[in-house]
Design a binder for this molecule. Structure first.
Ligand code: S3P
Length: 428
């Protein structure tokens, strides 16, 4: 796909629903008793994989674009699937669903695409096996396809080696089906959508700063869920609005959960012109409108407990840093290596092709700005939605048009991404 420079981006966007919250709304609706009505569900490929998997376990789910109704009959009514549960490209689907399958007394096999086949699963299968689930897969349960036979779980006290909401959620969902009280402790707090949404479905949890406990045997009651816009998708337009001269963009109803707003902290530290008008959903998740205008940016350092609050935004932050005065350092982010692609490698290689000065490191990268992007190159999403979108925004500021291979990857989390650029763009 050929993409060229734009002279400004102006207007208003409704950012599609949050991916993490959309997944959880379907999964929790599927294991709850009674009807769950979801508004502003993200109809991206990943969340559609979640719907598909739960339908294969006998759950009735109706979808009309971003309106979804899940007719839950409770955990005990999930049925043994007659075929492979295919998660596509979705790490959230496989890891959270494993937590549910771990407690179900039936057999299932789970697999996804080529990217999923390379992503580490022992971080989830190890604690689930410790609780009593039988799980096997390539390399001792590290890689898909995975075969699961669940049931008869006992609670554990689990210290997660990494701050990961996917690990935390999987263990909590197994804990919901275990005898006793399960506790998960993380090195830093990861996104807490599972905790917030389980409470909305009537489950009691105990939370401290980096620990969560759940007692098994509780039942979920179906409820109404409004999914706010995904701040990880909004981040691409926050960056675009900052970088493209004379831009002014309003993003409506974007999720502002404090475990996800690292991008806002970074933009503010870099000197962005950002206004936030917060509102309360009343359904457990804060959201609001964001207004971004073009500004000159300065370099920053990103590390420590900020990393889990912006882990998915690092590709677009790297692009921002190419246009900021000074050296931006990103560290403590080795998790980037096990995302949809190795994002330390893919961010550095694709941005370098456009003229950026960027140095990959063991746990992050160093980016030197301000460096004009010459473009005029062939780049690729490598099948990674966030790399594809970062390159789509990069094209808006490159001197010469660029050719993006595999642009369709964006449909994983933001199917209307390129249409949204067109809607705002004045061509240079
Ligand atoms: C997610 C958690 C994050 C994030 C992913 C979605 C979730 O992964 O990168 O896109 O919905 O729980 P980790 O928590 O495993 O880092």
């Amino acid at each position: 796909m050929k993409r060229g420079k734009v002279s400004s981006l102006k207007g208003e966007l409704h950012i599609p629903g949050d991916k993490s919250i959309s997944h959880r709304s379907v999964m929790f609706g599927a294991i709850a008793e009674g009807k769950t009505v979801i508004k502003n569900f993200l109809p991206g490929a990943d969340c559609l994989s979640t719907i598909d998997c739960f339908k294969k376990m006998g759950v009735e789910i109706e979808r009309d674009n971003s309106d979804v109704t899940v007719y839950g009959k409770g955990l005990d009514q999930l049925a043994e699937p007659g075929e492979l549960l295919d998660v596509g490209n979705s790490g959230t689907t496989i890891r959270l669903m494993l937590g549910i399958l771990a407690g179900r007394p039936f057999h299932s096999t789970v697999a996804g695409d080529d990217s999923i086949a390379k992503r580490p699963m022992k971080r989830v299968t190890d604690p689930l096996r410790q609780m009593g689930a039988k799980i096997d897969g390539r390399a001792g349960g590290e890689y898909t396809p995975l075969a699961v036979r669940g049931g008869n779980l006992a609670a554990i006290d689990f210290q997660s080696p990494v701050a990961s909401a996917q690990i935390k959620s999987a263990v909590l969902l197994a804990g919901l089906q275990a005898d006793g009280t399960t506790t998960v402790t993380e090195p830093h707090k990861s996104r807490d959508h599972t905790e917030r949404m389980l409470s909305m479905f009537g489950v009691r949890l105990e939370e401290s700063d980096t620990s969560v406990s759940i007692t098994g045997g509780q039942t979920l009651k179906g409820t109404d869920v409004f999914v706010p816009g995904d701040i990880s998708s909004a981040a691409f337009f926050l960056a675009a609005g900052s970088l493209v001269p004379e831009s002014e963009i309003v993003l409506k109803n974007v999720g502002l959960n404090p475990t996800r707003t690292g991008i806002i902290d970074v933009l503010e530290k870099m000197g962005a012109d950002l206004e936030i008008e917060a509102k309360d959903t009343g359904s457990g998740e804060l959201y609001g409108d964001l207004k971004i205008k073009a500004a000159s940016l300065k370099a920053t350092e990103i590390s420590g407990d900020l990393i889990p609050r912006l882990i998915d935004e690092i590709p677009i932050i790297a692009l921002l840093a190419t246009q900021a005065e000074g050296m931006t350092v990103i560290k403590d982010a080795a998790e980037l290596k096990v995302k949809e692609t190795n994002r330390i490698d893919t961010v550095a290689s694709e941005l370098k092709k456009l003229g950026a000065r960027i140095e990959p490191t063991e746990d992050g990268m160093k980016i030197y700005g301000k460096t004009p992007l010459t473009g005029g190159a062939q780049v690729s999403s490598h099948g990674d939605h966030r790399i594809g979108m970062m390159l789509g925004i990069a094209a808006c500021i490159c001197e010469n048009p660029i050719d993006i291979a595999r642009p369709e990857a964006v449909s994983v989390s933001y199917p209307t991404f390129f249409e949204h650029i067109e809607k705002l763009a004045k061509k240079a």
